[in-house]
Design a protein around this ligand. Structure first.
Ligand SMILES: Nc1ncnc2c1ncn2[C@@H]1O[C@H](COP(=O)(O)OP(=O)(O)OP(=O)(O)O)[C@@H](O)[C@H]1O
Ligand SMILES: [Mg+2]
Length: 251
C-alpha cells in the first residue's frame, strides 16, 4: 500500500543550472527559466544554492522573510508545510527558497539538510530549479547526481569552453551525460572563437543558444524584473522559452 501510494504521488523534476566558470549567466537563466515555466502553468520552485552570496531574490526583486537558514535551523521538526511557509512567492507564481542573507550561515546547509529540503520541495512542484555556484563543490555534486536534467552553461571564451569540456568529462565519468543540456550563453557576442566552432571544441552536436544582449539583461537585473516578463517576443526571451519547451516536452 505504501509503495502504491509512492508511485501514485506526482513528483517534480529537478533541474540543476550549473557552469564550470563563474559569472557566466546561471542566475539570469534560472530566474527567467523559472518565470517561463510558470507562464506554462507549471508549478516552479527555485532553490538558491549559492549559500554564501546568493542573489536570485535580488534578480527577482523579492524581500524574503525566510531563507534556507530557517529550514536548516528547524531541520528536526521540518515538514512540507513548515518548509512551504519559508518560500517567497514572485508575482509570476514562482516560489523561491533564498540562500542565507549572510555568508557566515552557509555552513549550516549540510547535505542532510539539502536532502530533506529537496525531497519535500519536489513533492510540492512540477519543477525545482537549482541555481548553483560555479564548479563542482560537494553540494553541486549532490544536486547533479539527484537531478533529472542538468543545464550546463558556458560562453564563447576559451577558458569557459576549456573548463566546460573538463566538467563534461566528469559528468560522462559519472554516467550523467544523458541528462545534460549544454547552453551557449551570449552566443552572438564578438569573440575570436566562432559559435560554429563550439560543437567541435566540446565534441557535442546538440547545443542550445542564448543571444548576447547586455543592455536588456543588465537592466533586467538592476530593476529586478526577469526579461521574459515583459519582452516575450525578443530573441533573448524566445531562447529561454525554447529551453522551457524542451524541459516540459521531456517531462
Ligand atoms: N545573454 C546575456 N547577454 C548579455 N549579458 C549577459 C547574458 N547573460 C548574462 N549576462 C551578464 O552576465 C553577468 C553574470 O550573470 P549571472 O549573475 O547570471 O552569472 P552567474 O553564472 O550566476 O554568476 P555566479 O557564478 O557569480 O553566480 C550579468 O551581470 C549579466 O549582465
Ligand atoms: Mg549566480
Amino acid at each position: 500500500m505504501i509503495n502504491q501510494q509512492k508511485t501514485l504521488t506526482k513528483k517534480g523534476k529537478m533541474v540543476v543550472i550549473c557552469s564550470a566558470k563563474g559569472g557566466i549567466g546561471k542566475t539570469v537563466l534560472t530566474a527567467n527559466l523559472s518565470v517561463a515555466l510558470s507562464k506554462k502553468k507549471l508549478k516552479t520552485i527555485v532553490l538558491d544554492s549559492c549559500f554564501q552570496f546568493g542573489n536570485i531574490h535580488l534578480v527577482m526583486d523579492l524581500k524574503p522573510m525566510f531563507t534556507i537558514k530557517d529550514a536548516a535551523e528547524h531541520i528536526g521538526d521540518l515538514d512540507e508545510n513548515l518548509l512551504t511557509s519559508y518560500l517567497t512567492q514572485h508575482k509570476s507564481g514562482v516560489k523561491i527558497l533564498p540562500s542565507p542573507l549572510r555568508p557566515e550561515y552557509a555552513d549550516l546547509i549540510t547535505l542532510d539538510v539539502l536532502d530533506k529540503i529537496c525531497t519535500f520541495l519536489l513533492n510540492r512542484c512540477d519543477y525545482l530549479l537549482i541555481d548553483t555556484t560555479a564548479g563542482l563543490p560537494e553540494h553541486n555534486l549532490y544536486f547533479i547526481e539527484k537531478a533529472d536534467e542538468i543545464i550546463l552553461i558556458t560562453d564563447l571564451e576559451m577558458t569557459s569552453l576549456k573548463n566546460t569540456k573538463s566538467m563534461l568529462s566528469v559528468l560522462k565519468a559519472l554516467n550523467l551525460n544523458q541528462k545534460v543540456k549544454i547552453v551557449i550563453n551570449r552566443s552572438t557576442m564578438k569573440s575570436l572563437l566562432k559559435v560554429k566552432d563550439v560543437p567541435k571544441i566540446l565534441e557535442e552536436e546538440a547545443l542550445l543558444y542564448i543571444p548576447n544582449h547586455f543592455e536588456m539583461v543588465s537592466k533586467s537585473i538592476n530593476i529586478g524584473i526577469p526579461f521574459v516578463m515583459h519582452y516575450r517576443r525578443t530573441e533573448l526571451s524566445k531562447a529561454i522559452f525554447h529551453i522551457a519547451d524542451l524541459l516540459s516536452k521531456d517531462a
